[in-house]
Write a protein that binds this ligand. Structure first.
Ligand code: PEP
Ligand code: MG
Length: 578
C-alpha cells in the first residue's frame, strides 16, 4: 500500500454472497454526458443520418449478442438483451432524437441527451419498483448509442491480469455481464440497481459475490486499488490494511475449503442422523438452469418459475414454444420430477406492454387470478405442460390460490386441456399431479378446503411472509421489517406442514427459507421433508440435514413455536444450529 492510499468502507445491498479480494477494474462504460453544438440547416439531414448509423450499429451489436447468448450457458440473458433491442426500435429512440435535431439544429449527441432527460422525467413519476428498474435499461441503451456516436466501442474492457479483478461500475446491463464469460471477474460492485434488478438476478445465477446501490463507488474507488467485496454483508473495503486483509483471506480460504468439501456430498443421499429421508429439490427460472441443477445433485425440480418464459417480450410464447421449453427441462432431468408452476405474472413481474398499472400490484390480478381472467393464455400453457408430461415426470403447481372457486376453476381448466388433447389424439400423462402453492395467509388458515382437491402442496414463504406481515418484498424501504422468524409466519408454516401430514399430502417449501441453512433444522423440526431451493444452496443444506437428529432438536423447535420475543427466538435458533 503506498503512502497516499486511504482505507475506507462502503455499504450497499449485497445481492450475491461470498468474499472476493482483488484489484479494482473500473468499467469504462459511456457516461450519458454529451457536448452541445449548433449545426446549420443544411447539415440537419447529415446529422440525422449520423444518428441513424449509430442506432443501426447498436442494433447490429445487440443482434450479435442475442445470437451469441441464445445457445450458450448464459441463455438466461437473452430476454434482457431483447429488451434493449425493443427499446432501441421504439420511436422514443429511433424517431424522437431525429426530430430534436431538426427542430433545435443541434448535434445528435445533444438531441439524444435531451430525449433521455425527457424519458427520465417520466420515470421519476413512476412508483412501481419493477417499472423503475426499466429506467436503467433506457439509460443503458442511450449510453450505447452515445458510444456508437463517439465512434468508440462501449466494450472497452482491458484484458484482465488475473482472475481476482473486481469490476467497479456505475451500472451494468445484462449485456455487459455477458462479457464476464471472457473476462473472469471475481466479483462486481455497482452504484445503481436494486435487489430485484436484472443485474442482481444474473449475479446470483453466476454465483459470484456482488453488491449494488453503493452510490459513489465509481468515483471513490480508483483503478487497480485493492478491494475486498463481502457480498454476504454488502460491504466493500477499499485499501484494507494488512490485518483486515489477512482476516478476509482466512475467511475466503475457509469458504473455499467448505465449498470443495461440500462437492463430495453431491451424490450422498440426504437423510438425517436418525435415518429420515429428505428430498432436496431445485428452483429454476429458465431451461438453461438445468445444468447447475444436475451438478448440485438435486432430486428434482420443485419449482420452475415458468413466467420467465413470458417476460421481456411483447408477444406471448406459443404452445409449441412453451412445449419445447418444458420438454427440454423434463428430458434434461432424466426421469426426475419437474414441478412446473403455472404463470405467476403480475406484482413485480408484469407482462411487457401491459398498459394498466394496478394501485397495489401485489394484491391485484396476479398469478392464478390473471390466468383465470385470461383463459386462453392459461389453456395454451396447460396444454404445453401436459404435452411435455409424456417425456418424464411432470407436476403442475398453481400459484397464489386464495378461494375455493379459484381452485375449482383451475382444476377444471386442467381437465379441459386434457379433454382437448385426448380428442386430438395427443399423448400425455393422464396422472399428472396438480398441487397448489400456499402463499396467501387465507390458504394457510383454511387449508383443509384446498387440501382435499390437491395432490400436493408447496409453501411459498416469500409471499407468505409478504402477505402475512403486509411488507412489500420488493420495497427496500421496508426491507428491515421483512422477518421470516415472526411468530405469525412460523405458526402458519408449522400449521400447514402439520395439516398436510394429517391428510397424508406431500408438502414442500419452495420459498427462500428452504435454502437458508440457518433455518434447515427448524423446518425439519416442523416436520418438513421436502425442500426446494436455488441449486447454489443445496449442498450446504444437505450437510445440515446429514448432521441433524430430528428427535434431538424437537424440544428446541417446540420452544421456538411458543416464543414471541425476538431475542429469545434468535437465541433458540442459534442453539439449534450449535
Ligand atoms: C414464494 O412466494 O415463496 C415463491 C417461491 O414464489 P415467488 O418467489 O416466485 O413468488
Ligand atoms: Mg410466490
Amino acid at each position: 500500500m503506498s503512502e497516499m492510499t486511504v482505507c475506507f468502507t462502503m455499504h450497499g445491498i449485497g445481492v450475491s454472497g461470498g468474499i472476493a479480494i482483488g484489484q479494482a477494474h473500473l468499467f469504462a462504460g459511456m457516461s450519458a454526458e454529451a457536448n452541445h453544438y449548433e449545426i446549420t440547416a443544411a447539415d440537419v439531414q447529415r446529422e440525422q443520418r449520423r444518428y441513424d448509423r449509430a442506432v443501426k450499429e447498436v442494433r447490429d451489436e445487440l443482434k450479435d449478442l442475442t445470437e451469441s447468448v441464445r445457445h450458450s450457458a448464459s441463455a438466461e440473458l437473452a430476454p434482457f438483451v431483447k429488451v434493449h433491442s425493443l427499446l432501441l426500435d421504439d420511436a422514443a429512440f429511433s424517431e424522437a432524437p431525429r426530430e430534436i435535431i431538426r427542430e433545435q439544429h443541434c448535434n445528435a449527441e445533444w438531441a439524444l441527451r435531451v430525449q433521455l432527460d425527457e424519458l427520465m422525467a417520466q420515470f421519476s413519476d413512476i412508483e412501481d419498483p419493477y417499472l423503475r428498474e426499466r429506467e436503467d435499461d433506457v439509460r443503458q441503451v442511450a449510453e450505447r448509442v452515445l458510444g456508437a456516436l463517439a465512434g468508440t466501442q462501449r466494450r472497452t474492457m482491458k484484458p484482465v491480469k488475473e482472475d481476482a479483478s473486481i469490476l467497479v461500475a456505475r451500472d451494468l446491463s445484462p449485456a455487459d455481464v455477458i462479457l464476464f464469460r471472457e473476462h473472469p471477474f471475481a466479483a462486481f460492485v455497482t452504484d445503481l440497481g436494486g435487489a430485484t434488478s436484472h443485474t442482481a438476478i444474473v449475479a446470483r445465477s453466476m454465483n459470484i459475490p456482488a453488491i449494488v446501490a453503493l452510490h459513489h463507488s465509481r468515483t471513490m474507488i480508483h483503478e487497480d486499488e485493492l478491494i475486498i467485496v463481502d457480498g454476504t454483508q454488502g460491504v466493500v473495503i477499499v485499501n484494507p490494511d494488512r490485518h483486515v486483509l489477512a482476516e478476509y483471506r482466512l475467511k475466503q480460504n475457509q469458504a473455499r475449503l467448505e465449498r470443495d468439501k461440500l462437492k463430495r456430498l453431491k451424490s450422498a443421499p440426504a437423510s438425517t442422523l436418525d435415518g429420515t429421508p429428505i428430498q432436496l429439490q431445485a428452483n429454476i427460472e429458465l431451461p438453461s438452469d438445468v445444468e447447475p441443477v444436475r451438478a448440485s445433485g438435486a432430486t428434482g425440480i420443485g419449482l420452475f418459475r415458468s413466467e420467465f418464459l413470458f417476460m421481456n417480450r411483447r408477444d406471448l410464447p406459443s404452445e409449441d414454444e412453451q412445449y419445447e421449453a418444458y420438454r427440454d427441462v423434463v428430458e434434461g432431468m432424466k426421469g426426475l420430477p419437474v414441478t412446473i408452476r403455472t404463470l405467476d405474472i403480475g406484482a413485480d413481474k408484469p407482462l411487457d406492454g401491459e398498459g394498466y398499472v394496478a394501485v397495489n400490484p401485489a394484491l391485484g390480478l396476479r398469478a392464478i387470478r390473471y390466468c383465470l381472467a385470461e383463459p386462453q393464455v392459461f389453456n395454451t400453457q396447460l396444454r404445453a405442460i401436459l404435452r411435455a408430461s409424456r417425456h418424464g415426470k411432470v407436476l403442475i403447481l398453481i400459484p397464489m390460490l386464495t378461494t375455493y372457486h379459484e381452485l375449482q376453476q383451475a382444476i377444471a381448466a386442467v381437465d379441459l386441456a386434457k379433454e382437448q388433447l385426448k380428442d386430438e389424439g395427443v399423448k400425455f400423462d393422464d396422472y399428472v399431479p396438480v398441487g397448489g402453492m400456499i402463499e396467501v395467509p387465507a390458504a394457510a388458515i383454511a387449508l383443509p378446503m384446498f387440501i382435499r382437491k390437491l395432490d400436493f402442496l408447496s409453501i411459498g414463504t416469500n409471499d407468505l411472509i409478504q402477505y402475512t406481515l403486509a411488507i412489500d418484498r420488493a420495497d427496500d424501504r421496508v426491507a428491515h421489517l421483512y422477518d421470516p422468524l415472526h411468530p405469525a409466519v412460523l405458526n402458519l408454516l408449522a400449521g400447514v406442514i402439520r395439516t398436510a401430514q394429517q391428510h397424508e399430502k406431500p408438502v414442500a417449501v419452495c420459498g427462500e427459507m428452504a435454502g437458508d441453512v440457518e433455518l434447515t433444522r427448524m423446518l425439519l423440526g416442523f416436520g418438513l421433508r421436502n425442500f426446494s431451493m436455488h441449486p447454489a444452496h443445496l449442498l450446504s443444506v444437505k450437510q445440515r440435514v446429514l448432521t441433524t437428529s430430528i428427535p434431538d432438536i424437537a424440544p428446541i423447535v417446540a420452544r421456538i413455536l411458543r416464543t414471541d420475543e425476538p431475542d429469545k427466538m434468535q437465541a433458540l435458533i442459534e442453539k439449534l444450529n450449535a
